[in-house]
Design a protein around this ligand. Structure first.
Ligand code: NAG
Length: 356
């Protein structure tokens, strides 16, 4: 008896491991596949996050699970940004009247090391997020090196492939970076009138648009003619409302990819995934109130100096730029704006650190 038991105990983990490997390979290639993660019955991989409370729909909300009133939110899921993702999700749930109507869609790269989805599930046991495998090889060969290495991660480009990845019943989606917190009801952003445009986002027409592109771009009349008939303005791709159906119909993924191919040959811009978006969409988006993206709180791309808030009301704070609030708080040299992020931090060690 004891011998049989020993055998079973030693083969079971191996069997699970084999299943894991099969699952990992089986979903590679095609996008838009729901990944059912097989987990080994072991300690949670990220024990450092505390569990968020259950957020329930108010009386005025549609019942949980009903398609009516559903708000689809897409983010990437990456072990390195997990603390940011947790805070973003927590902030959304905390400030919306109908938290159970928010459907989260996570785009994750191939799993290596601890599974961030398991951590999300443990922290938000009442959420039922959908996870999609983003195949980095889809974009890796198209990426040119930028001034900031973090921007060159394939997952940073996943937003280009959102429309191809999400299921057909998702007609509109809010894409959010992992370094944001939402301090207003996300449903307000969701219900903006796109006015026939494929993307809605805050637009910044006073920003110097020229600087995102190189002289090689501006001096080539054929290339710069792409902006003819448009008044291109900077917008930040970390917060976008996207008409998914229109994106597919218009072949926008291919259009962005085409500019990335030009970049590989001629170096027409400086940063990562932002400029090809600007090339295709700047001047042709629906402008949303600036309150929905107080960006740049991470500081500039080179030095990451502290920034202060722009005047005016705020619905979403965005630590775009080099510095991230969790790193600066941990280093005990936070910027003032980082204290606005701290209340959404679910990292266990952080609470004690602040109390000291
Ligand atoms: C905008 O940026 C370009 C390139 O960096 C620079 O040459 C130009 O002087 C700037 N324009 C303004 C108005 O600051």
């Amino acid at each position: 008896m004891a011998r049989t038991w020993t055998m079973a105990a030693s083969t079971a983990p191996r069997l699970l491991l084999a299943l894991l490997l099969v699952a990992g390979h089986g979903v590679a290639g095609a996008s838009g596949i729901r990944v059912d993660v097989i987990r080994l019955p072991s300690a949670p991989p990220f024990p450092a996050f505390r569990e968020a409370p259950a957020f329930r729909n108010g009386d005025e909300c549609p019942p949980r699970g009903s398609p009516e009133g559903r708000v689809d939110v897409a983010m990437t899921l990456d072990a390195n940004y997990l603390r940011g993702t947790m805070a973003a999700v927590f902030s959304i749930l905390q400030h919306t009247a109908c938290p159970e109507s928010v459907a989260f869609h996570f785009l994750a790269a191939r799993r290596d090391g601890p599974d961030p989805l398991a951590a999300i599930r443990a922290t938000f046991p009442y959420l039922d997020p959908t996870v999609y495998r983003f195949d980095p090889s889809r974009v890796r060969g198209r990426i040119s090196r930028s001034v900031r290495h973090a921007l060159d991660q394939p997952l940073n480009y996943a937003r280009i492939y959102l429309a191809d990845t999400l299921p057909a019943d998702v007609r509109r989606v809010i894409y959010l970076d992992s370094d944001v917190v939402v301090v207003d009801d996300v449903h307000k952003l969701w219900s903006v009138d796109l006015g026939g445009h494929v993307v809605a986002a805050p637009e910044y027409c006073h920003a110097n648009f020229t600087k995102y592109f190189t002289d090689a771009f501006w001096s080539d009349p054929e290339l710069s003619a792409t902006f003819r008939g448009r008044r291109p303005c900077y917008f930040n791709t970390g917060v976008m409302v996207m008409d998914v159906a229109k994106w597919r119909l218009g072949g926008y993924t291919r259009r962005v990819e085409e500019w990335m191919a030009v970049q590989k040959q001629k170096r027409i811009y400086h940063l990562g995934s932002l400029p090809p978006f600007l090339l295709v969409l700047a001047g042709d988006i629906k402008a949303v109130d600036h309150r929905w993206n107080q960006h740049g709180l991470g500081g500039d791309n080179m030095e990451g100096k502290c920034r202060s808030l722009h005047p005016g009301p705020i619905s979403l704070l965005h630590w775009s730029g080099k510095g991230k609030p969790w790193l600066r708080l941990d280093s005990r040299k936070p910027c003032t704006v980082d204290y606005l992020w701290a209340p959404y931090d679910l990292y266990k060690a952080a609470a004690t650190a602040l109390e000291e």
